[in-house]
Design a protein around this ligand. Sequence first.
Ligand code: UDP
Ligand code: MG
Length: 312
Amino acid sequence: MKKISVVVPCYNEQEALPIFYVETTKELEKIPNVTWEFVLVDDGSKDNTLQVMQSLAQKDERVKYLSFSRNFGKESAMYAGLENACGDYIVLMDADLQDPPSLLGRMVKEIEENDYDCVGTRRVTRKGEPPIRSFFARMFYKLMAKISKTEIVDGARDFRMMRREMVDAVVKMCEYNRFSKGILSWVGFKTLWLEYENIERVAGTTKWNFWKLFVYSIDGIVAFSTAPLVISSLLGIGICFVAFCLMLFYAGKALIFGDPVSGFPTLISVILMLGGLQLLCLGIVGQYLSKTYLETKHRPIYITRKTNIEKK
Ligand code: UDP
Ligand code: MG
């Protein structure tokens, strides 16, 4: 008998969680020869998510929960879930049923019969998402493909089932700035991608807005590429070259025609541009420095407030 651990990060999911539990259990029952457990992680919710978890745990002893002392973010919640899951196959799922539980049976089958270590999912459409968000998401994946050696698959969801070995490898990567899409690809292993259409969440609202996603994408870039650091040097060289050409041009013009150059507009634009570029490059360096700074503090990825999981 193999055991499946269903890891669910939850932030303000009191409406969605009970529906999720019922639907997922229904699908798990259909899979032959497996037992399962739920590892529900309450990411410092402000509503009654924890109470919902506790009542589920009372009814069903396969439900384990863990509640954070504050909101640490989905990345930390996923880490906590993976760390505390003890199944042979571990699956990451959102609480809003946007990750169809009907795929679970297929995932187990692929792992067992076709020797995959990991079965991931990717959305082929971004239906129901604001167009600007889709546009920037696409740009992000294109950019990442160019500047990072770690492959980040476009449209890949966090919804995936992994073997124990892979999860152990992921849990060993205890970096503080976590970008799972990168980490899960960095560890390697044989992965199969299943494709499905985007589904709207069943209840509650999305916890991501454009700004949060933008900051998250910067985290991703800084965590998995050092190309931006090279940009500042290249920009510097490029600008020196342009400045040198301009100098030659104006000197030549003054020598041949002898007319005075009107200085003010050129000067102001050059100063502004250089000032801007310097700030940009300084900012890039600052990004990396700040991440290094946080990393060296070795802060815990999450802090537990309440749980029914016994320490390993
Ligand atoms: N989530 C979390 N912590 C957060 C934000 C979100 O644990 O700070 C969880 C949330 O409860 C859900 C999953 O991450 O189970 C995905 O969030 P959401 O559905 O809001 O994202 P979307 O599907 O819109 O990208
Ligand atoms: Mg969702």
